[in-house]
Design a protein around this ligand. Structure first.
Ligand code: HXC
Length: 270
């Protein structure tokens, strides 16, 4: 990992709310947004994970608060966005990083299993965006007009660009997330100056996704065909988030930035 190439104050005064921000890629994004000046609110289902993430951020001097909550519950979404606004007085950045995943052949996956991942990844993302809208709006409550117009970052994947073994539910869910990103970018970009973008991470080391999908073991095999010959770091995803959340990305709206070293389009050499 190298030092951030961005100035440390580029997000000064901003408030970011991250679902799934207590662990993995979500935590690294919390950390880097915080290191670049933002105050951080983390929402997660596991209290001890949220608490420990908040303590780590606080120990680095980053203002942070945590809320236990499940993105599948609308009442949790409403409570957390309201509480974030009450605590920090504004909301500028929403990062939807909460996700569910398991490997399962389609013929063994129940409708409820499929629905569970759709509910977390797709419906959960929509619900959080929907409930955060009034705080992210240009000229929204307590906002300084010169810095108005919030932004949303939806964490996606590259699984659905082609097809991925035993990931039918997650592929469908992330395809829906990408559609949500584009549609909200169109509607809310036009009406409220809210930019909505996504990040599609490739294989990122030291994450639940990698271990759950059993990818750690086949890492070296994957590396053989990867154009940049390495697995990514959580930092790589967090830097993309800093870029999209900051004014560096002020003309970027409705895109999902693939951060995978080119992995998804690679094929064996012949
Ligand atoms: C088959 C399964 C299953 C499995 C659950 N189900 N696990 N089916 N194989 N391994 C089915 C259950 O049988 C049930 O259906 C339904 O799913 C709901 O299961 P619950 O256990 O009740 O759900 P819940 O407790 O809410 O747990 C949700 C979860 C869980 C998705 C199953 O793993 C989770 O929330 N994980 C979050 C953390 C996580 O996975 N993060 C990593 C994301 S990585 P029935 O029909 O029996 O009722 C990521 C990266 C993607 O997203 C890209 C990678 C490259």
């Amino acid at each position: 990992m190298v030092e951030s190439p961005f100035k440390p104050e580029i997000l000064r005064g901003k408030v970011a709310l991250l679902t799934g921000g207590g662990s993995g890629i979500g935590y690294e994004i919390s950390l880097q947004l915080g290191k670049h000046g933002a105050s951080i609110a983390i929402m997660g289902r596991r209290k001890h994970v949220v608490d420990s993430a908040v303590s780590s951020l606080n120990s680095l001097g980053i203002p942070a608060i945590g809320f236990e909550g499940d993105v599948r519950k609308r009442e949790d979404a409403i409570r957390v966005v309201e509480s974030t606004f009450k605590h920090f007085g504004r909301l500028d950045i929403l990062v939807n990083a909460a996700a569910g995943n398991f490997l399962v052949p389609s013929e063994d996956l129940s409708s409820n299993g499929f629905r569970t991942v759709m509910d977390i990844d797709s419906v959960g993302t929509f619900t959080m965006c929907h409930e955060a809208l009034k705080y992210l709006k240009k000229g929204g409550l307590g906002k300084d007009p010169s810095t108005a117009g919030g932004t949303i970052i939806n964490i996606s994947a590259t699984l659905h660009y082609t097809a991925t073994w035993y990931q039918i539910h997650v592929s469908a869910a992330k395809a829906a997330v990408d559609s949500i990103t584009r549609n909200l970018a169109l509607e809310w970009g036009t009406d409220y100056d809210i930019r909505v973008n996504g990040i599609a991470p490739g294989p990122i080391g030291d994450t639940a996704g990698m271990s759950k999908l059993g990818l750690e073991g086949i890492l070296s095999k994957a590396m053989e065909k990867m154009p940049l010959f390495k697995v990514g770091e959580k930092w790589d995803i967090a830097m993309a988030a800093v870029y999209l959340a900051s004014d560096a990305g002020k003309y970027v709206n409705g895109t999902t930035l693939v951060v995978d070293g080119g992995e998804w389009l690679s094929k064996p050499r012949h």
